[in-house]
Design a protein around this ligand. Sequence first.
Ligand code: MN3
Length: 196
Amino acid sequence: MKFEVPSLPYAKDALAPHISARTVEIHYEKHHKGYMKKLDAALASDDKRRAASLEELVRTSDGKVFNCAAQVWNHSFYWNSLSPEPKSPSSELMGAIEKSFGSFDALKSELKSVAAGEFGSGWGWLVRVNSTGELAVTSTTDAENPLPDNITPLLTLDVWEHAYYLDYQNERGRYLDALIEHLLDWGFASANFAKK
Ligand code: MN3
């Protein structure tokens, strides 16, 4: 298996006080790396799929391999969606935000409402719909992600309970406020938006 979980892009205590070092430690070391271990085990005797890229596996697999590969991909994307020193949107991204949502504040409020409304475990996303070029906010359930739908993810918010329960218990909304107000890195979203 050539896949490895990438290093965190910051120290484990860098997101505090909004996300504690203990949450990052368990989320990254146990959950994120745990999905990679399960993916390794699921592909142990499948040389063909072991040769695929992680993104190819996400796009073409189903069942357990999809679930593990997508959870590895989603978590790497999540860590990069957050930053202790988040940047603002590029002027190109801000233009698209205003076109699709009316204002940056309206987008933030939509992100919170859609991510908070995902019924169980899942993910909130800001995406570009490649067929129209419009931005949209969506949520997905469990390991599902927007990659197989010809949609380009720009940012993600993990709304599995393990992402916030130690810090916020059942209060998903307070966790989402902390992400949206303090940690979402619009510089990362701008770089993803610039990819054609
Ligand atoms: Mn998670």
